[in-house]
Design a protein around this ligand. Structure first.
Ligand code: DAH
Length: 340
């Protein structure tokens, strides 16, 4: 008979098991399960305490308690998994059932902006007419945007383009005045600096003007510049190209008119207007490249001639999509944009 009154290892184990099973049954959610795991199976948990104390027991008891404790540990781990699965199943059973017969929600499909569609339409036609598409900088030098296009400082023609000026930049030859380009025409000069005739290029891009907006003017606009330089290009080539372009860009029954105009970098200058809602809407300026520009680029203007044009992409989009106020294009109103 033993006179020992402290609980034997096996008794202690039985007590741990009883508490643990009661605790597990009472755990109703994941945080409770986790707390239970820490107190029972964790490193300073009850069961771990017993396993650690085994070394101090009598040899025969050590073996029995050790085996029982390890078996209990595995049992309790399995019980934890089972309880977790049970709670999950209960949660799912309480959730609203999925109705697989409900129709799907339609997704909103993105589409191209009408000005982007117009730009692609324009460039498609121009490429088929033989123009290569190139691009240039939106932040431009004063010299390219104005001076070299024969618009010197203090010349009244500068008033045709109200300008967003940018702080002077330090260039290799001293300070240089920069601006947001007011048109794509500076690319005529840049392209001529590095390419020889025959030249046929189209230059799409954004332009900026510091001016009040109205139904036909925006402070940001997109243009496509055309430049064609070769031997023997005449005004008839310009007229033919513009008429063919207009015929392809609009419906066959759209009325267009070529009329006299003035731009400092061409001589003579013309503009193309389209009849829209009973009025003539100017869609591009054009003309024969001024001989001084050809000469400044290093070519003999009696041998090389050419034409240039600059079209407003939004102005072309207006009759194309029947939009009577240019400001609609950039207000990002989905009620407007989703119509195209
Ligand atoms: N750059 C002019 C503008 O923005 C349009 C223009 C007129 C371009 C005549 C040309 C041209 O190439 O020849 O108002």
């Amino acid at each position: 008979m033993t006179t020992d009154t402290t609980p034997t290892g096996l008794d202690a184990l039985a007590a741990v098991e009883r508490d643990a099973r009661a605790g597990l049954a009472a755990a109703e959610d994941e945080p409770a399960l986790e707390a239970w795991r820490t107190t029972v199976l964790g490193r300073s948990g009850a069961l771990t305490g017993i396993l650690r104390g085994i070394g101090a027991l009598e040899a025969d008891e050590r073996k029995a308690v050790g085996q029982a404790a390890n078996a209990l540990k595995q049992d309790l781990e399995a019980a934890l998994d089972a309880r977790r699965a049970q709670l999950k199943a209960a949660a799912l059973a309480g959730a609203e059932p999925i109705d697989v017969t409900l129709p799907g929600r339609p997704r909103r499909i993105g589409r191209l902006h009408p000005v982007t569609q117009t730009m692609r339409h324009i460039l498609d036609i121009l490429q088929r007419l033989g123009f290569a598409v190139i691009e240039g900088p939106e932040v431009e030098l004063d010299e390219y945007n104005f001076d070299q296009l024969r618009i010197p400082k203090d010349h009244p023609a500068r008033d045709m383009w109200d300008t967003f000026w940018i702080a002077e930049q330090e260039g290799r030859q001293g300070p240089r005045q920069t601006l947001l380009r007011t048109h794509t025409s500076p690319m005529q000069i840049r392209y001529l600096e590095t390419h020889e005739p025959p030249i046929r290029v189209a230059v799409p891009g954004r332009c900026y003007r510091y001016e009040a907006t109205d139904a036909t003017h925006e402070w940001m606009l997109q243009q496509v510049e055309l430049l064609a330089i070769d031997e023997g290009i005449s005004l008839a080539d310009l007229k033919g190209t513009l008429h063919e372009f207009a015929r392809q860009v609009f419906d066959a029954d759209t009325e267009v008119m070529l009329r006299n105009s003035y731009f400092p970098f061409v001589e003579p200058g013309v503009e193309l207007a389209v009849k829209f809602r009973g009025q003539w809407l100017e869609i591009m300026g054009a003309g024969m490249v001024h001989p001084e520009i050809i000469e400044a680029a290093g070519y003999d203007p009696t041998r090389y001639t050419g034409f240039a044009a600059g079209m407003g992409v939004e102005r072309i989009a207006m009759p194309l999509y029947q939009v009577d106020d240019i400001r609609n294009f950039y207000q990002n109103d989905l009620r407007f944009l989703s119509q195209f």
